[in-house]
Design a protein around this ligand. Structure first.
Ligand SMILES: Cc1cc2nc3c(=O)[nH]c(=O)nc-3n(C[C@H](O)[C@H](O)[C@H](O)COP(=O)(O)OP(=O)(O)OC[C@H]3O[C@@H](n4cnc5c(N)ncnc54)[C@H](O)[C@@H]3O)c2cc1C
Length: 299
């Protein structure tokens, strides 16, 4: 089945967008891995209609219950990649559709809304920032091509790191996963090495040359791919070719569409000066209505 839209994120931005889309009769799916930033908020006292203090966790649950009551399918799962695929239905209006891959399954849709909040995790390792774009990359699909048969490292210890390794395998199998002091990753491909040593620094001259570990041993690499935690909004957007500025996704103010046709973004992931529920809800509403218009005008 091809969904009209897949919403990634079940925080205020994603839920509000889903509400508007469902009411306009779109066929949608919401995927979220947890309660996002809001779940971490102890008390919410500054949101419309909340006369009593409410915990962030309870507010997240209220939003999800509300759209489930409307009949929206909400699943708990982690999205690891989004890509374009050709639509096999030659009579369909949409030549290309989105394939959204999670830990458990794959789904396809005509549009995608990224509402995954902010969770960019740049490891606090000396040299990482300095060598961004000079051997340090955040996107295996975008930059892996430059490392054909070269020695590379992937820093991370979760499913996102595994998906980055899989994206690199067609260009090189000289890959080492560095978990930087965290427990070792079980790689599906047995030839991939995994090194749990703690990293001290990334060093080089004009480009990355080596990784130095805290025990003073070294490893020579041409490229380093950062894949800590889960794939973030910026990772998804970057891989699809959407414009990004200062780690935020650039959107059209009118309908929250990114620079990529059919790809929308809302909430904390679009940046700005305000990171609040009201802003996320406002942008979710605009994105929801924008997607409704987009789908209806392409029917
Ligand atoms: C400690 C704290 C206190 C706060 N207090 C307040 C307050 O009092 N008032 C206020 O207005 N705002 C407050 N905020 C800010 C507010 O929580 C955020 O601005 C708001 O939640 C942003 O909504 P969002 O939907 O953009 O992102 P989030 O609420 O962060 O939701 C992101 C969603 O994306 C999902 N997700 C992320 N990556 C993936 C993936 N790879 N696959 C699947 N799902 C994914 C997450 O699981 C989550 O469901 C607080 C934030 C924090 C951290």
């Amino acid at each position: 089945m091809i969904y009209d839209s897949i919403v990634i994120g079940k925080g205020p931005a994603g839920i509000q967008a889903a509400l508007y889309m469902k009411r306009a009769n779109l066929n949608i799916l919401v995927i979220g891995k947890d309660g996002g930033s809001l779940e971490k908020a102890d008390k919410i006292e500054n949101f419309y209609g909340q006369e009593n203090v409410i915990s962030g966790k309870d507010l997240v649950e209220k939003g999800i219950t509300q759209i489930k009551k409307l009949g929206v399918e909400v699943i708990t799962d982690e999205v690891v990649s989004i890509e374009f695929i050709e639509n096999e239905d030659s009579n369909a209006k949409f030549d290309f559709i989105f394939k959204v891959k999670t830990l458990k399954a794959e789904y396809v849709s005509k549009t995608v809304l990224i509402s995954t909040g902010v969770n960019r995790k740049t490891p606090l390792i000396a040299g990482i920032k300095e060598f961004e774009g000079k051997g340090v990359s955040y996107c295996a699909i975008c930059d892996g091509f430059f490392y054909r048969d070269k020695e590379v490292a992937v820093i991370g210890n979760g499913n996102y790191a595994i998906s980055e390794v899989e994206a690199l395998l067609p260009v090189t199998n000289k890959i080492t996963v560095l978990t930087n002091g965290k427990s070792e990753l079980l790689m599906r491909d047995k030839d991939i090495k995994c090194n749990p040593k703690e990293i001290s620094s990334v060093e080089g001259d004009k480009k990355v040359e080596k990784i130095v570990f805290k025990d003073n041993t070294e490893m020579y690499v041409s490229g380093i791919f950062i894949a800590e935690g889960s794939a973030s909004s910026v990772d998804f957007a970057r891989k699809l070719g959407a414009e990004i500025h200062n780690n935020s996704i650039i959107v059209n103010d009118k309908d929250m569409q990114t620079s990529v046709d059919g790809l929308f973004a809302a909430g904390d992931c679009t940046g700005g000066e305000i990171y609040q529920i009201s802003k996320a809800v406002y942008e979710g509403m605009k994105a929801g209505l924008g997607i409704v218009k987009y789908i209806k005008s392409n029917k």
